[in-house]
Design a protein around this ligand. Structure first.
Ligand SMILES: NC(=O)c1ccc[n+]([C@@H]2O[C@H](COP(=O)([O-])OP(=O)(O)OC[C@H]3O[C@@H](n4cnc5c(N)ncnc54)[C@H](O)[C@@H]3O)[C@@H](O)[C@H]2O)c1
Length: 314
């Protein structure tokens, strides 16, 4: 406990799905966490949600002292109180330019010397909402995957005016709290993860629209096929291991196959969305979505615990 008491304070601004997850990430690593959300209902849920999540994480061995972790989280009803004494602010408000710009202005006005701000923005680059901030060189995107307390990756995307030291500070902080930073050198729509995911989603929709495979079979191709490997290695390591002579051998053997399959982007038509929705709803009733999300988080917790036990975090 003692070593934890000297760790710097982290402010969480916006405490929905993602902000609550971030609160657990920083508190779990020993940081005092001060959370602000304007919604009374949301504020009321933060600690009870964290309590349940931490109990599950204790069961799988991901955390050892849930009570101390919970005690480090303070929920407040004013932005100013949450930012008091914080060295880093993680913003997780609604994904609109207007909401991000308004909250960034408010944070900027209260920003103490050297304090840094990371936005959880999924796709809006920070240059679109921090241009007017007087401390805009201290704002960066720190984009997590949902839920951040169970999936460690975080994309760091600087705007052209973000200071180099800010990128290094956030990378070090994320490593220190057990997250896995992926550094982008500049802004690009969708950042890296949604660009990679987008290629596969576009292809999955096209294969479905053309009647090549059902929704369920396309999901099995990933969950029982490509996905298990991806829990431990990325595309480049995968192909390096999949040809006797490594990545170069793989590239020369298969580049014609892969580059020959690239197709023109196709819109996801209303018609195909309706058809896919009907098919998916026969597999999982809308009323069961929340339970299935909880199941997903439980599975992710077990997978994270397994990776931790095998020291596979890298
Ligand atoms: N849900 C995901 O899968 C996911 C994944 C990665 C990143 N993100 C990003 O994280 C951010 C938050 O998403 P979410 O899913 O948690 O949304 P959410 O709707 O669950 O939470 C947003 C919260 O922001 C609060 N808020 C609104 N205005 C505010 C303000 N001025 N100050 C403080 N709080 C304010 C709201 O009360 C709400 O509780 C978005 O930028 C989103 O794109 C979401």
């Amino acid at each position: 406990m003692e070593e934890h008491q000297s760790k710097p304070v982290i402010a969480i601004v916006g405490a929905g799905l993602i902000g609550s997850g971030w609160a657990v990430v920083f508190a779990r690593a020993g940081h005092p966490v001060r959370v602000f959300d304007p919604s009374e209902g949301v504020r009321a849920r933060v600690l009870s949600w964290a309590n349940v999540s931490l109990d599950e994480m204790t069961e799988t061995g991901l955390v050892e002292d849930p009570k101390s972790i919970l005690e480090r989280i303070t929920v407040l009803d004013a932005l100013e109180s949450a930012m008091e004494g914080a060295v880093y602010v993680q913003e997780s408000v609604f994904e609109t330019v207007e909401a991000k710009a308004a909250v960034s202005r408010s944070i900027d006005a209260l920003l103490g010397d050297g304090v840094i701000v990371g936005s959880s923005s999924s796709g809006i680059p920070s240059s679109r909402f921090t241009a007017e901030c007087k401390n805009r060189d201290r704002f960066i995107i720190a984009h997590p995957v949902n839920p951040p307390h169970l999936i460690p990756v975080v994309e760091l995307v600087p705007a052209s005016w973000t200071a180099e030291g800010v990128v290094n500070f956030v990378a070090d902080l994320m490593n220190e709290v057990g997250q896995k930073p992926v550094r982008l050198t500049q802004e690009i729509d969708g950042f890296v993860m949604n660009r990679l995911q987008g290629v596969m989603l576009n292809e999955a929709w096209a294969l479905y629209e053309d009647g090549i495979a059902s929704i369920a079979d396309l999901d099995v191709a990933i969950s029982h096929g490509l996905g298990p490997r991806w829990a431990f290695m990325g595309p480049f390591e995968t192909i390096d291991l999949n040809a006797p002579g490594g990545i170069e051998d793989y590239a020369y053997r298969l580049r014609d196959l892969f580059t020959g399959m690239v197709r023109e982007p196709r819109g996801w038509s209303d018609e195909v969305i309706r058809k896919a929705t009907d098919e998916r709803r026969t597999i999982l009733d809308a009323a069961d979505l929340a339970a299935r999300r909880a199941w997903r988080d439980a599975m992710l917790g077990r997978l994270a615990a397994f990776k931790k036990s095998q020291e596979l975090q890298d």
